[in-house]
Design a protein around this ligand. Structure first.
Ligand SMILES: [Zn+2]
Length: 187
């Protein structure tokens, strides 16, 4: 990533809005923004094939669900954060992955300019590709700063997206079981 270019761009934005980038409180801001962007966009330079790199052979064939994975991403339309929780479930078919790797898959795709819909699909598609499970469900609930602090200004609103694959998409009972586990309902 071009640290110096981000620094210059941040300085130019500060000047362009009519602020003084040399005043005490702001003179470190371009440098801080460069570090910040390097961190929040670090998913761009990671290899997705190495995200789910610890796969085990196991004949467990019931639902695996990781709930309430916190995530932070940046909306690609405004470069403002959207943050929330991800729920990731799959129905294994002979292969399982370390639980923490599912959270890592969320982070990998979140840490780049994104839209929530694509983020949801990318997580589901990576799990499908690597684990070849019978089914996958990814549900994201997020609050978008570009909606809560600007434009229509709807604080408290949240956006839910879901990506279902395989039997979780095709079979209503299986899908309801997964959604029941995510939302804490008994079936
Ligand atoms: Zn936005």
């Amino acid at each position: 990533m071009d640290h110096e270019k981000i620094r210059q761009a941040a300085r130019m934005i500060i000047e362009a809005v009519g602020e003084d980038p040399s005043r005490e409180g702001m003179k470190g801001t371009p440098e801080r923004i460069a570090h910040l962007y390097e961190e929040v966009f670090c998913g761009l330079k990671e290899d997705p094939d190495r995200v789910l790199d610890t796969v085990f052979t196991e004949d467990y064939d019931e639902i695996v669900l990781v709930k309430d994975i916190p995530f932070f991403s940046m909306c690609e339309h405004h470069l403002l954060p959207f943050t929330g929780k991800a729920h990731v479930a799959y129905l294994p078919s002979g292969k399982i992955v370390g639980i923490s790797k599912l959270a890592r898959a969320v982070d990998h795709f979140a840490r780049r300019p994104q839209v929530q819909e694509r983020l949801t699909n990318q997580i589901a598609d990576l799990i499908t590709k690597v684990l070849e499970p019978r089914g996958v469900a990814v549900v994201l609930e997020a609050s978008h700063t570009c909606m809560t602090m600007r434009g229509v200004k709807k604080p408290g609103s949240s956006v839910t997206t879901s990506a279902m694959r395989g039997v979780i998409r095709e079979n209503v009972a299986t899908r309801n079981e997964v959604l029941g586990l995510i939302y804490g309902r008994s079936n």
